[in-house]
Design a protein. Structure first.
Length: 263
């Protein structure tokens, strides 16, 4: 199970507690492209999204450094974005084509997008799960539905929770181990609050650095109910961006919900 996101706590934050939504991007911004830039080939992701953009434009929630937005824009789809981190948006601006993308800075559960309405709104790589309460996640769906054109699509990529990887309530994993840098991820689980509090720990020439990750995980069935409450209906679910079947063995889902067409 991959954890995005992108001082320390001795236990996960309680349900209902909040963190600064910009903290993840402000802290990890300088490392994000190095660690995650080649995680998945962006071409199939951009192809999948372009096929569902309709008349456009598209809006990315948590646009970050533009890993997906820029290839999608290259396919002729106008793209806007929302992101909480000015540092991440600054890196987007520094890339070819990044200055052409309009971005609103703030929490994507609440902040209005630059324009709209949109034929496509999407959120990738577990970013939706960075909304740390069920209330925030439900509110995000309502916000999305309000900014979709009739018949517009909301696309999400998120991991399927698999808590078997935790030893009791914790997990420790080595992510990088070479001559220059050692990187670990330490995670604590709160089963009641459906919360994972994790830290990337990097040991290298700069000493020890820490990067926070806070997530509220949700199973696909719970997310589907959020969609229904917002008036969106599930129209497809896959185990990956290239149309892999979604099965009980899938570790992530790519889901598409659609707003109602006009009568």
């Amino acid at each position: 199970m991959d954890f995005l996101a992108e001082g320390s706590h001795t236990e996960p934050l309680a349900e209902g507690s909040r963190t600064d939504p910009a903290e993840y991007g402000e802290r990890i911004g300088g490392r994000y492209d190095e660690w995650y830039g080649s995680r998945d080939d962006p071409a199939p992701i951009a192809d999948f999204l372009a096929a569902r953009a309709g008349r456009g434009p598209a809006l990315e929630l948590g646009i970050g450094t533009g890993r997906i937005a820029l290839p999608l824009a290259e396919r002729g789809v106008p793209v806007d974005g929302i992101d909480a981190s000015p540092r991440m948006v600054g890196q987007l601006r520094g890339k070819p084509g990044g200055g052409d993308i309009a971005v609103s800075v703030g929490d994507f559960a609440d902040v209005d997008p630059p324009s709209g309405p949109y034929g496509l709104i999407y959120v990738v790589f577990n970013t939706f799960l960075m909304l740390l309460t069920q209330e925030d996640q439900v509110r995000c769906f309502a916000h999305v539905a309000a900014h979709l054109v009739p018949g517009g699509a909301f696309v999400m990529e998120a991991f399927v929770p698999d808590l078997a990887g935790f030893d009791g309530e914790q997990r420790f994993r080595a992510d990088q181990f070479d001559q220059a840098t050692t990187r670990f991820t330490a995670s604590l689980l709160d089963r009641v609050g459906q919360r994972i509090s994790a830290r990337h720990l990097v040991v290298g020439a700069a000493g020890i650095e820490t990067y926070p990750i806070e997530l509220r995980y949700a199973w696909p069935s719970e997310i589907d109910l959020m969609a229904r409450l917002a008036g969106l209906r599930l129209t497809g679910r896959w185990g990956g961006w290239q149309g892999q079947p979604f099965t009980s063995a899938s570790d992530r889902h790519v889901s598409v919900w659609q707003s109602a067409d006009p009568a």
